[in-house]
Design a protein around this ligand. Structure first.
Ligand code: F6P
Length: 363
């Protein structure tokens, strides 16, 4: 009798990319090569992160990034890995990194390509030392026609113009989650083979949820619509929502978005008054836009509270934006609370929730 063997039949990411490429008869393979190189950069970063304290790259780098945040040694290393793995390929016209103020030019010795790569090489890096999941986030745009040395303005395209977006999550398993504009798909790194395998095809965010994530320590800085939403969730069964909610906060956007893509939920880093110069915490070009494309492609929604994130016209490379994303019924509810607030319509349950006192203290 013929012996049967268990053979891995799920597609590798290479097979997935080539199948997608074949759907476009005029495709040259350049775009496939862009995503392939990003994949390699993520594998290299996963290797370093996986070594933890053994890598010798822990702790702070003794410098600040363009946002004035303390850079970790791993931020600098991950940035270097992303740039070195992608700049030589001939597929890119330029790159933008969270860690650098200006766009990165392709060195003279390498050919130029038609795509722009925007990335956050290591998001949530303050979590690395405590062994909590972190990730890399990326967005691929087309370089405007006729431009060979892209400047900042060439990158300032709304999120609707992204041709691909994704993140790698470095957690108990390393995964790459990707959209090329036809659904959101998750690939798990098989460490023995060194290849990502399609394990989560067509990730779908349920329309409703009973789980939300927000940094509640900022409550006093939130706008009334967000205070209203969170207050109603916390009231649970006895409040207007008539249901109990769970709250989560990992302080690592990649881990929060991953949870939402796997089981639904809502993530908020809304506009607040903590620093009036900043309309939000998260960066539009390499955090909010790629995550919004992934979430929308999975059937969810992503909003500033006052409009679709993907339609925000960027004005600067490192600009910040309020972010509310996840299950679409909850996003729509918060948008309606913003609308009511801006139109001067008081919620039925207004007093005393809208007073100055904390939502977390009894009157
Ligand atoms: O932007 C970096 C980041 O670490 C995100 O990944 C995360 O959602 C957020 O900042 C955490 O912010 P906070 O420190 O206010 O909780």
């Amino acid at each position: 009798m013929r012996q049967t063997f268990q053979v891995e039949t799920r597609p590798t990411i290479t097979e997935f990319l080539l199948r997608e490429q074949r759907r476009v008869p005029a495709a040259t393979g350049t775009f496939t090569a862009v995503v392939n190189n990003v994949r390699l950069a993520c594998k290299r970063i996963a290797h370093v992160i996986g070594q933890g304290a053994l890598s010798g790259a822990g702790g702070t780098a003794g410098s600040q990034n363009v946002q004035g945040e303390t850079q970790m040694q791993l931020d600098v290393l991950a940035d270097e890995i992303f740039v070195r793995t992608n700049e030589w390929s001939g597929t890119l016209a330029g790159l933008v990194s969270e860690e650098r103020e200006e766009p990165i030019q392709i060195p003279e010795e390498h050919p130029r390509g038609r795509y722009l790569l925007v990335f956050d090489p290591l998001d949530g890096s303050s979590n690395v030392d405590v062994n909590v999941s972190v990730g890399s986030i990326f967005s691929v745009l087309r370089c405007p026609d006729g431009v060979t040395e892209p400047r900042a303005r060439d990158f300032l395209q709304p999120g609707t113009r992204q041709v691909a977006a994704g993140y790698a999550i470095y957690g108990p398993t390393t995964m790459l989650v990707l959209t090329l504009g036809r659904g959101t798909h998750g690939f798990t790194l098989d460490r023995n083979m060194g290849e990502f395998i399609l394990t989560h095809p067509d990730m779908t965010i349920p329309a409703s949820t009973r789980e939300f994530a927000i940094n509640a320590s900022n409550e006093r800085f939130w706008e009334p619509p967000v205070r209203r939403y969170v207050a109603e969730c916390i009231q649970g069964k006895s409040g207007t929502r008539g249901a109990d909610f769970n709250m989560r906060w990992i302080a690592s956007m990649v881990a929060e978005v991953h949870r939402i893509l796997v089981r639904g939920g809502l993530f908020m880093y809304p506009r607040d008054t903590k620093d009036p110069a900043k309309p939000g915490r998260l960066r539009l070009m390499y955090e909010a836009n790629p995550m919004s494309m992934l979430v929308e492609q999975a059937g969810g929604a992503a909003s500033t509270g006052r409009g679709r994130i993907l339609e925000v016209e960027p004005t600067s490379l490192h600009q910040r934006v309020p972010v509310i994303l996840g299950s679409r019924e909850e996003v729509a509810r918060i948008e309606s609370y913003h609308h009511d607030h801006d139109a001067g319509i008081s919620p039925p349950s207004a007093p005393p929730l809208f007073g100055e006192r904390s939502l977390f203290t009894k009157a």
